[in-house]
Structure formats: structure tokens, C-alpha cells
Design a protein around this ligand. Structure first.
Ligand code: SAM
Length: 299
């Protein structure tokens, strides 16, 4: 089948599931374009360019977010985590979770979850034949469906710690859908010693006009934006032990001195938090106090 978009007429690529509407922009493909990927359409590229006009730095934020994902996964592997549930995983690009984790721990297992058919189809193609990673199409707002899925049952052992990654996805969940309740439903399924990692779009008070522009753009996608401030992001991990340095701008979370990255302080907040207690559940809660995370070693 032929498609026509900003690149002229061409064959529909294999990563495009039948029925995909090429005229509706979408967060997964916009993010892919912002990161320099090729799994996007003219409408997505146009949206990112408009977002750049509204808020210079939209692409830099995407790169800073992706760099945080890598730092967080490496931190978790050093902390002993070998199982990852990556919610809102996106279209595969450089530094996918299984690649980062398995580089340090070849036995690490990953289940990717995304609601977007392009993200899922491309992930499935990439992961074909990989016994330690899988992808499902599901909605993060339905934790029970995710947790009951065949891929989760086959790959993840919930009697051992799991890291649930919610990187740049909860700002697509409205207050009405209760993002804190969603996080709690996932963490309730985890044993002590498990972690949650979150990055979340925020609204710098001095840039309300930019925020309005970006929000308007995302209203054209199936997933409008719900930005939250530091207090609201902290509420998402209520009841968990927040790992130092706490809820912070993305560039301030364990920056890697070897990483060449733009400093992003205004647009994105991040946090890592741990479910308290011993992983085997044997003794009273101990866990990691804020500021005293597990001994960290560079990998
Ligand atoms: C900005 S991308 C982030 C991708 C990846 N987590 C990262 O940070 O590099 C957001 C992803 O969340 C997905 N998403 C949005 N709402 C979702 C939902 N309700 N359930 C599952 N995925 C969702 C989008 O399809 C998109 O792939």
C-alpha cells in the first residue's frame, strides 16, 4: 500500500500497522522525531517543529529524558534489579531498556508496554527471538490488564523485586484517571525492594504562555498533556521511600559527568522511589532512607 506524506509517495513501511491514521499526530511518533528517529509522519514532524517554536528546547527535553532513562536503569541494575516493567515505553530508539540493562546484567528481563500500535509493532519486530524481553499493547490506566498479561506472567517473577518505569508517560494521564492510584496499583503488586521510576512534564510558572502552546498542540493527539508541579509529582510516590536526591529536575538526578547533555531544569521532574522492607519480606521494614541509597558503582 502506498502512503503520501511530507516525504512524497512511498510504500507503507512494515512498522506501520494497518489502519493507522497518518493525519492524526501522536505522542510516541512525535517523541521519536524529537529524538532524531525515523518512525514518524509529516504530521508528527510538523507538531514537533511547532512545539519548538513555542518552547525552544522541546528536542533537548526529549534527549534529557532519554538520558535520565539510561541513568535510572543503570542505577537500578547496580542496585540489584534484574526485572523491568517499562510502561509507556515508546518507539524503540537508542538506549532501549533491555539494551542498557542487559549490557550490565545479561540476565535482565524486560516487558515493554505501550498503547500506541506503531510503538508496539516496531518493538515486537526488534524483540523477535529475544527470550528475555517482550512487548504488549496495553493502557497504563488499566494496571490489572497489564499485570494479568501473558508477557508479564512469562517474563517477570513478582516474588522478586521489579522496577516499574513510568518515564514520560504519566503526564498523559488526567487527574480524573487518578495517576497516583495507578502507581499504587502497580506498587501493590510488587515485593519490598522493588522500585518505581518516574519522569513527568512540569509547568514552569514563568513560562505559562509556552505551556499553553504545548498543551494546545497535544490536544490534537489522542493523548493530551497533564503537566504537574513538584508537589503533585511527589504525591505519585506517596508511601514509597524516595531515593536521594528526591523529586528533582531531570538534569539534577545523578548526572553522569561523562554524558554530554543539555541542562534541563524547567520542563521535566524526575523521581525514583523504593518499596520499603526486605525483598524476602522476612523482617521489619528497613529499606533505603532518602539520601542513603545502595552503594553505587559506575557501570
Ligand atoms: C514521550 S513517550 C516516552 C517513551 C519512553 N518511556 C521514554 O521515556 O523514552 C510517551 C509514550 O507513552 C505512551 N502512552 C501515552 N499514554 C499511554 C497510556 N495510557 N498507556 C500506555 N502508554 C501510553 C505513548 O504512546 C508514548 O509511546
Amino acid at each position: 500500500m502506498l502512503i503520501r506524506d511530507g516525504q512524497g509517495e512511498r510504500e507503507l513501511p512494515a512498522w506501520v500497522p494497518p489502519g493507522t491514521d497518518l493525519d492524526v499526530p501522536n505522542a510516541a511518533r512525535m517523541y521519536d522525531y524529537a529524538l532524531g528517529g525515523y518512525h514518524n509522519f509529516a504530521i508528527d514532524r510538523d507538531m514537533v517543529k511547532r512545539a519548538e517554536t513555542g518552547t525552544p528546547g522541546a528536542r533537548r527535553v526529549a534527549h534529557a529524558n532519554r538520558a535520565f532513562l539510561g541513568r535510572a536503569v543503570r542505577w537500578l541494575v547496580v542496585s540489584g534489579i534484574r526485572q523491568f516493567l517499562d510502561l509507556g515505553s515508546g518507539i524503540p530508539t537508542l538506549g532501549n531498556v533491555h539494551e542498557v540493562a542487559q549490557k550490565a546484567a545479561p540476565d535482565a528481563r524486560v516487558v515493554y508496554v505501550d498503547v500506541d500500535p506503531v510503538a508496539v509493532q516496531h518493538s515486537a519486530m526488534l524483540l523477535a527471538g529475544n527470550p528475555l524481553a517482550d512487548v504488549i499493547q496495553a493502557d497504563v490506566r488499566r494496571p490489572a490488564d497489564v499485570l494479568a498479561s501473558r508477557a508479564v506472567a512469562d517474563l517477570l517473577d513478582f516474588t522478586k523485586p521489579v522496577a516499574v518505569l513510568m518515564i514520560a508517560v504519566l503526564h498523559f494521564v488526567s487527574d480524573a484517571d487518578d495517576p497516583a492510584g495507578i502507581v499504587a496499583q502497580f506498587t501493590n503488586a510488587l515485593v519490598p525492594g522493588s522500585f518505581v521510576a518516574i519522569s513527568h512534564g512540569t509547568r514552569p510558572p514563568e513560562r505559562l504562555e509556552d505551556v499553553r502552546t504545548i498543551r494546545q498542540l497535544y490536544k490534537r493527539t489522542p493523548t493530551p498533556l497533564h503537566l504537574r508541579d513538584r508537589r503533585e509529582v511527589a504525591k505519585l510516590v506517596a508511601g514509597l521511600q524516595v531515593v536521594e536526591p528526591g523529586v528533582v529536575p531531570v538534569s539534577d538526578w545523578h548526572p553522569d559527568p561523562d554524558e554530554v547533555a543539555d541542562v534541563i531544569r524547567d520542563e521535566l521532574l524526575v523521581v525514583l522511589a523504593r518499596k520499603a522492607g526486605n525483598p524476602d519480606g522476612s523482617a521489619a521494614s528497613r529499606g533505603v532512607s532518602p539520601g542513603t541509597g545502595p552503594e553505587q558503582r559506575r557501570i
